[in-house]
Design a protein around this ligand. Structure first.
Ligand code: MRU
Length: 338
């Protein structure tokens, strides 16, 4: 079950808004439809939106009817620009679009034939999808050593196969430990407002036969106090040079609670999530529509006139993070990524 697939000139996106009730792929015939899928969270999770965007760029090239390489380049750059404005926080989106743009520029500069350029862009997007899966498996192996047999691991949001192309980052570490023969139990937070934990994390862990218990976000402190949590593992949308981690709203709260209870707090992410230039105060935290908070599954739960604040992410300072697990190894504080 892959979240994004290239099918001969169509970008097929597993519609995560319908999960866990229905498994349907959206057949995107244009980069605009891919952009909308990212905006509407039909595809979501930092690595998945990066690969979806790269495939959107490949699709723009594949469909382009221009006869000259410069015209193709200008159309594809338009697509890249549109995709850049879908969601602001996950670094992987910009990493993927930059990679496609650099390749496009090089191919045009080298005078490569237009059909060859299209082909190379499609191949690059497919390569990124394969790399994602391999990277996650490496993250899984690297992180598995941090988990002990019979551990109960709390995770937030969905940093699983669905948030990537496959396998997952935080859930990749759990899968890695299970594949190494460890018995791991998972506690998944529901993750309001869009319920990625309740809808997606539980769904994919149940499919894999991994023991999972669902709690609401406000139960985290109590389950920690009860001694029910051995470790926390989450994913990331952006990791800064000094180890600040930007991830789904609620991550910071869980990190503070973990420290209070002496529970290790781990972050798992690929190198494409790292942003070594931006300072914490410069990070753009996406704010989403008020209806995500005033409604649950389309049903209004709050008064019409109420004010709403709906940030999609928060920032966890490095002092709360016990280790950051990547495909390049496990990093411990003090963090100074290069
Ligand atoms: O708003 P979302 O669902 O795209 O947010 C996803 C998360 O915050 C994930 O934890 C993060 O992208 C890591 S996914 C491997």
């Amino acid at each position: 079950m892959r979240s994004v697939v290239w099918r001969d000139g169509v970008v097929a996106i597993l519609n995560q808004r319908l999960l866990p009730h229905r498994m349907e792929y959206i057949e995107c015939n244009s980069y605009e439809r891919v952009a909308q899928a990212i905006e509407h969270l039909e595809v979501r999770g930092a690595p998945a939106i990066g690969v979806a965007a790269a495939m959107g760029v490949a699709l723009a090239a594949f469909k382009c009817e221009a006869r000259r390489a410069e015209e193709l380049a200008s159309e594809v750059k338009g697509a890249i620009n549109r995709l850049r404005h879908t969601r602001p926080t996950a670094k992987n989106l910009f990493w993927a679009l930059d990679r496609m743009e650099v390749l496009l520029k090089n191919l045009v500069r080298e005078g490569v034939d237009i059909e060859e350029i299209k082909d190379r862009l499609v191949k690059e997007a497919l390569k990124m999808a394969e790399e994602d899966v391999q990277t996650n498996r490496t993250i899984g192996r690297n992180g598995a050593v941090l988990l002990d047999d019979e551990d109960t691991v709390l995770t937030h949001c969905n940093a699983g196969a669905l948030a990537c192309v496959d396998y997952g980052t935080a859930l990749g570490v759990i899968r890695g430990a299970v594949e190494a023969g460890k018995r791991i139990r998972v506690i998944a937070t529901e993750t309001r407002p869009l319920l990625q934990g309740a809808r997606l994390t539980t769904f994919e862990l149940l499919q894999d036969g991994i023991d999972v218990t669902l709690i609401t976000d406000n139960m985290v402190g109590y389950v920690m106090k009860l001694g029910m949590v051995d470790k926390v593992i989450v994913g990331a949308d952006r990791i800064l040079r000094d180890g600040h981690v930007i991830n789904k709203i609620g991550t910071y709260t869980i990190a503070v609670l973990a420290r209070e209870h002496g529970i290790p707090f781990y972050v798992a992410a690929p190198w494409s999530t790292f942003d070594l230039e931006t300072k914490p105060e410069e990070v753009v935290i996406e704010e989403r529509d008020a209806s995500e908070v005033t409604e649950i599954a389309g049903v209004r739960i709050a008064p019409q006139e109420v004010k709403v604040f709906n940030p999609a992410f928060d920032i966890t300072p490095p002092e709360y993070i016990s280790a950051i697990i990547t495909e390049r190894g496990v990093f411990k504080p003090p963090y100074d990524f290069k």
